[in-house]
Write a protein that binds this ligand. Structure first.
Ligand code: FAD
Length: 402
């Protein structure tokens, strides 16, 4: 009999895991607390948060490893960014290429990526249950308990293998802590972020145009805070302002916000427009930034956490999702290496030794890399908002040729 893998979370990491396990022969079901973001009535949910992300070769390699066709389709929807454009206070802009050989990072619409991946699950006939929130897990009895938002009832879902891809505030992780001696660390940094939209410009022929060069990730570093902007397919940019909560708290009204913004980012004020800035300040959420480290990532032969559930990181290295997708690739390699057989039947309390070995190997071999990338992400905040503006940094770039 084919054994059942239950994935909690249908974000990009949960979707890629579902595709990888389905291809490996598991019977897969995905559960998510939210409603289906593909339905028009739910679109506003997915538009509330950072609408684009930078995907690098790390993430693309993971998509490719699971399905080369998916990564090919995905690459058609991205906008390559070959460098960062540093905007100084006097309005000057300086391009710093990421790579002399032209390697790029890629701007992708987050909602589109997630919707495309959900469509891949539908095409692969993988069950997805929306509006099902995980509220408890008994990993010894192998039963997950979900609350159905539609009618308030609670259901028990049996599983053979559970993957927690339920994001930074993971319930799978908190349930896992009850059965493992998990070392766990979380930290809110003093900064938070708000998203602001740079609209497209309409030219003399009525065509929409980018207001900034779409081949760059734009940064306005201002030492203790910064503004960034990534291009979208519709010729707009999604801009994100990162600043300490103490700085945001001084700005009590949209007018105060606009005056402050104009002082710090005069050129960005012109392209966003004061009316839009006021609107975004009033309506867009100010969100915290959390950093999470955990160890181990698994329990016996039956549960593992991946993506933000295992290692939420601050976004300054642009690697959170890339790393989550890589988790799936690494797990897939280890399942194959350990010859895990989804058809192999396990009775009663018996342990699947191969699966247990694969999960143990994942925890042992993946941990140092995850800690390193979380720390690099934290270190890159200093670089993006401050170091890129210093003469020493510029000299180092010239010497390194980067
Ligand atoms: P999520 O996308 O958070 O998905 C988790 C899913 O689990 C959700 O669908 C949720 O509804 C569901 N869920 C949660 N709890 C439950 C429950 N109890 N029961 C059932 N379902 C549940 N990364 C990059 O690689 N590049 C970037 O440029 C980048 N920029 C970023 C910018 C910002 C401002 C931020 C905040 C993050 C950025 N990241 C970036 C990080 C990236 O957004 C995350 O790493 C990525 O979204 C994590 O994906 P995930 O699938 O693990 O989790």
């Amino acid at each position: 009999m084919v054994r059942k893998a239950v994935i909690v979370g249908s974000g990009p990491v949960g979707c890629l895991t579902a595709l990888a396990l389905s291809k490996a022969g598991w019977s897969v079901a995905v559960y998510d607390a939210r409603a289906d973001i593909r339905l028009p009535e739910n679109k506003s949910q997915s538009l509330q948060r950072s609408i684009n992300l930078a995907i690098s070769s790390r993430g693309i390699a993971a998509l490719h490893a699971v399905d080369p066709l998916i990564s090919k389709r995905f690459m058609k929807t991205v906008i390559p960014m070959r460098g960062r454009m540093i905007h100084t206070t006097n309005g000057a802009a300086e391009s710093q290429l990421y790579d002399l050989n032209g390697q790029c990072i890629n701007s992708i619409d987050r909602a589109l990526l997630n919707e495309d991946m959900l469509n891949e699950l539908t095409a692969a006939s993988i069950e997805v249950h929306f509006d099902h929130k995980l509220v408890a897990a008994d990993f010894n009895k192998k039963v997950l308990t979900f609350n159905k938002k539609t009618d308030g009832t609670t259901i028990g879902v049996p599983f053979d293998f559970c993957v927690g891809a339920d994001g930074s505030y993971s319930t799978v992780r908190s349930q896992l802590m009850r059965v493992t001696r998990m070392d766990y660390q979380q930290e809110y940094i003093p900064h938070e972020y708000i998203e602001l939209r740079v609209p497209a410009r309409v030219d003399e022929n009525g065509n929409e145009q980018f207001q900034l060069d779409p081949g760059h990730l734009h940064i306005w570093p201002r030492h203790s805070f910064m503004l960034i902007a990534l291009p979208n397919q519709d010729k707009s940019f999604t801009s994100t302002l990162f600043a300490p909560t103490s700085e945001f708290s001084k700005l009590k009204s949209p007018d105060e916000f606009v005056s402050w913004f104009r002082l710090q980012f005069p050129d960005a004020t012109e392209i966003i427009g004061e009316a839009r800035l006021k609107q975004d300040f009033l309506h867009n959420p100010r969100s915290p930034l959390i950093h999470i480290k955990a160890h181990p990532y698994h329990y016996k032969d039956r549960v593992i956490i991946l993506g933000d559930a295992a290692h939420a990181m601050v976004p300054f290295y642009g690697q959170g999702l890339n790393c989550g997708l890589e988790d799936v690739r690494v797990l897939d390699v280890l399942l194959r290496k350990n010859e895990v057989d989804p058809v192999h039947s396990i009775s009663g309390g018996e342990i699947d030794g191969r699966l247990a070995n694969a999960l143990q190997e994942y925890t042992e071999t993946r941990h140092d890399d995850l800690i390193a990338i979380c720390d690099l992400a934290m270190a890159n905040y200093e670089e993006m908002r401050h170091s890129v503006t210093t003469p020493l940094y510029r000299l180092r770039k010239m010497v390194d040729g980067l």
